[in-house]
Design a protein around this ligand. Structure first.
Ligand SMILES: Nc1ncnc2c1ncn2[C@@H]1O[C@H](COP(=O)(O)OP(=O)(O)OP(=O)(O)O)[C@@H](O)[C@H]1O
Length: 428
């Protein structure tokens, strides 16, 4: 039995705790590489679900074949065989096409999550599960400590993340150590594949595993911080359009006084600039000095103009460096990190900055923001009618990965941009 043995207790207990959280019917897609961690997660969950004690919960699995090593296809087949033994539908998603020479691991990771999202849709799964462990968690904290995150304290991986704004990913084994998972698999008589990339010193995670001492996470209540940042945005920031925001003087004072409010403002700045990351420390310090000084003038940082006037602080995207996007018929893409665009027409669509084409009556901050707004046209220069495309404002910091604890602030940003809320996790 899974639940009784002293050696497998923590894996089974973590799996049981996880499954017990879900009250509605839910299908999970397990991301299984064939390594010990994901094999352990698969065996633990499959065994528990087979007991019939978790009605409404079903499982599927996917292996991503990165096609980077000669044996990867065989490994995917070994996982398929394991899943077949446990009666779990399994699919393989292969990374075809050219691979970059530099940044290979980051590219593989991006592709892996895209392929997992694709597989989740294919299996009709409501959520994705990965087998990140307590060891991975310690490495993440050590890595982030090495980069001197600053501001909000050290943080580890979230146990829930919304991928691509669409599908929740859970990490049920985040509190279980790898050694425990291996003992569990040995007692269950199951084997796993040792991943050769774990011995490759090119990769950062591996370097951390070998080189850095462990660091302890600072006790930061990230959900409380996120809620306070959301309250600040709701209470103080006005969206004059999805591209132009105003923070009145009392809001500026609040942002300078309260670190959570400051974080809300920095996330709004990242969103306004179409940037994944909030301004880094040096840049944030410049903004802070500028705001504390109170002079009515402008500062540009992280592609965003901080435009201080009597009415307060206006925020908008600076005009420079906005690359045009050419979108083929039927295509979807991101423009300037700020807008998701889908071409519904039959001709290529060109999205560029409006620049001088805007209404000459506009003045001040509204004029500057409008110059950085999108303009939709065709390659011959003519404007595209509005029924040929759809757009959705993007929240760049959370467009790919939204940690569960940051859901409140992400929803506040969604409200400000007038876009649909992010979906809630499927438990409850
Ligand atoms: N090739 C794969 N196919 C399917 N799932 C995978 C694959 N590689 C990794 N995973 C999933 O991702 C989890 C983490 O894997 P691993 O630690 O190798 O990735 P990482 O790159 O360190 O993590 P991250 O994706 O968070 O950067 C695994 O436990 C497994 O669930």
């Amino acid at each position: 039995m899974l639940t009784s043995s002293a050696t497998d207790g923590s894996v089974a207990a973590a799996a049981d705790r996880f499954l017990s959280r879900f009250r509605r019917p839910v299908k999970f897609l397990l991301a299984v590489s064939g390594g010990s961690d994901s094999t352990g997660l698969l065996v633990a969950l499959a065994t528990l679900v087979a007991t019939g004690r978790y009605p409404g919960i079903s499982l599927a699995a996917c292996t991503v074949d990165h096609a980077l090593r000669p044996r990867s296809a065989d490994e995917a087949r070994a996982v398929a065989a394991l899943c077949a033994r446990y009666g779990i539908p399994h699919s393989v998603r292969r990374w075809d096409g050219p691979k970059p020479v530099t940044g290979l691991q980051a590219a593989a990771r991006t592709k892996r999550y895209d392929l997992l999202l694709d597989a989740a849709a294919g299996h009709g799964a409501d959520a994705i599960l990965t087998a990140h462990t307590g060891d991975d968690q310690r490495e993440t904290i050590a890595m982030r400590a090495g980069r001197a995150a600053g501001g909000v304290g050290l943080s580890g991986m979230a146990d829930a993340v919304l991928l691509g704004g669409r599908v929740w990913l859970f990490r049920p084994l985040l509190s279980v150590d790898r050694a425990e998972i291996r003992r569990f698999l040995e007692s269950a008589g199951e084997e796993w594949i040792d991943d050769p990339s774990n011995a490759n010193p090119r990769f950062e995670r591996v370097r951390v595993r070998e080189g850095r001492p462990e660091a302890m996470a600072e006790a930061v209540d990230r959900l409380a911080l996120s809620r306070r940042a959301a309250e600040f945005l709701d209470a103080h920031v006005r969206a004059l359009s999805p591209l132009l925001f105003l923070l009145p003087p009392e809001g500026i004072a609040t942002a300078l006084a309260d670190p959570a409010a400051w974080r809300g403002l920095m996330l709004l700045a990242a969103t306004t600039g179409g940037r994944v990351h909030a301004p880094e420390t040096a840049s944030a310090d410049r903004i802070r000095t500028f705001l504390a000084d109170g002079t009515l003038s402008r500062l540009t940082a992280g592609r965003v103009v901080f435009d201080r006037r009597r009415a307060g602080l206006f925020l908008y995207r600076e005009r420079r460096g906005i690359e045009p996007l050419v979108l083929p018929a039927g295509g979807t893409a991101t423009w300037d990190g700020r807008l998701g665009v889908a071409n519904r027409g039959s001709r290529p669509l060109v999205v560029s900055a409006a620049g001088a084409t805007i209404d000459p009556a506009l003045r001040g901050a509204a004029r500057r923001a409008a110059e950085a707004a999108p303009r939709f046209g065709f390659a011959d220069g003519g404007p595209a009618p509005a029924d040929r495309f759809t757009v959705e404002p993007l929240i760049a910091p959370y467009a790919r990965f939204l940690p569960g604890f940051d859901l409140p602030v992400a929803q506040a940003l969604a409200r400000l941009l007038g876009r649909a809320p992010f979906p809630s996790p499927p438990n409850g």
